[in-house]
Design a protein around this ligand. Structure first.
Ligand code: PLP
Ligand code: COI
Length: 356
């Protein structure tokens, strides 16, 4: 990719907010860096993208995204390495997934190199917001929404694409308790579960809240037809270790998000000759493994969540405790490897870091 293929005009903020920023009290996603990327779609093509001071947007009350939900997003992180460089983790994967979401939601796609280059230039400008602190990153949120001013239902003809960034620490500060959901569903065959569409998250909130009221952090979704197969969690993909084997639900039915963290975990595991399986995973086999002690580990994998150990799985009226986190040698090793790779402490043998 030629990095000078795209040059975006930059309007700088008159005063950086970074000096007022409290790095010791980071609430996930509540604070934003100084600038954002903005590009508009009209008359069948994208206009000139630009980097502007972070600011509110105005909107028409009939703007179609807020009525009919044509809105998609992505999430990735920038990290500062031990050599004081800033790197993005696999942004090409986000570009590809964003376009897959766009197609499913009848929205225009964005050239992948433009998507990546816009992120790169924005993060380069706001690079002071990428901290050295262990476990901290600059979370990057590209998103697109429909802007036609119309109460009628049809795909919008105008869109806004933005990228905003927010310094973050851990999404989950402790091992999570998850409940296998048997009544509600996140995604059905033929639906939009494979897209990172805003409405998927809206639809998940009510069931997730019920689970939170029962003391869980999150749900494990199951298939819509029978609640027999494991799908994913609300904010991350799910990986199990039974014996020495890593197992995760496959993505072939497009009911789960094709997670980049999970893909990376599996690519690392394969390189290390760990036995891996991506296939349909039944609730019954996980519960059986939890009962007979062969379920050595279960963890979530996601950009925000990173590798999030699962402490307890609730199913029907039972609660299954998993082994202590310090005994989970494989996922701990993978988590450390990923952290070391992103912070430049080890060689990037997969070529996953894009230098800003
Ligand atoms: N599944 C859902 C529903 C998510 O929101 C996320 C987070 O992005 C993931 C899985 C994990 O995907 P990734 O590893 O690409 O962040
Ligand atoms: C991400 O991990 O990027 C997500 O989109 C999940 C969200 C809970 C922040």
């Amino acid at each position: 990719m030629s990095t000078d293929l795209y040059t975006f005009p930059i309007t700088k903020t008159s005063e950086s907010k970074i000096k007022y920023f409290d790095w010791d009290h980071l609430d996930f996603g509540k604070n934003f860096s100084d600038h954002m990327f903005l590009m508009e779609y009209d008359n069948g093509s994208w206009g000139q993208g630009e980097i502007v001071p972070f600011a509110n947007l105005s909107m028409h009350p009939a703007m179609s995204a807020i009525h009919y939900g044509q809105a998609i997003f992505e999430g990735l992180k920038a990290n500062r390495t031990v050599n004081n460089e800033v790197v993005l983790f696999r942004p090409d994967m986000n570009a590809r997934r964003f376009n897959k979401s766009a197609e499913r939601m009848c929205m225009p796609t964005i050239p992948e190199d433009l998507f990546v280059e816009a992120i790169r230039q924005l993060v380069a400008l706001d690079n002071e917001w990428v901290t050295f602190r262990e476990g901290h990153s600059l979370y990057i949120r590209p998103f697109m929404y429909a802007t036609d001013e119309l109460v009628g239902i049809r795909p919008s003809r105008t869109y806004k694409f933005l990228i905003i960034t927010t310094p973050v620490g851990q999404y989950y500060s402790e091992p999570v308790n998850v409940k296998i959901e048997k009544s509600y569903t996140r995604a059905a065959l033929g639906g939009v579960g494979g897209a990172k569409a805003a409405g998927n998250y809206a639809a998940s909130m009510y069931p997730a809240l019920q689970a939170q009221n029962e003391g869980y952090h999150q749900l494990i979704w199951t298939d819509a037809a029978e609640h027999k197969y494991i799908e994913e969690s609300g904010t991350m993909n799910i990986v199990f270790q039974i014996g020495n084997k890593l197992i995760t639900p496959d993505e072939n039915q497009d009911t789960i998000l094709r997670g980049i963290t999970k893909r990376s975990v599996f690519e690392i595991a394969e390189k290390w000759n760990v036995e891996v399986e991506e296939r349909m995973v039944t609730v019954a086999e996980i519960i059986e493994a939890a009962r007979n002690g062969s379920l050595k580990d279960a963890f979530g994998a996601g950009t925000a969540a990173t590798i999030a150990p699962i402490a307890m799985i609730g199913y029907e009226d039972e609660k299954f405790m998993l082994p202590p986190v310090e005994e989970r040698l494989l996922s701990n090793k993978i988590k450390k490897y990923l952290g070391d790779l992103k912070s430049g402490r080890i060689a990037d043998e997969f070529g996953w870091n894009l230098y800003v």
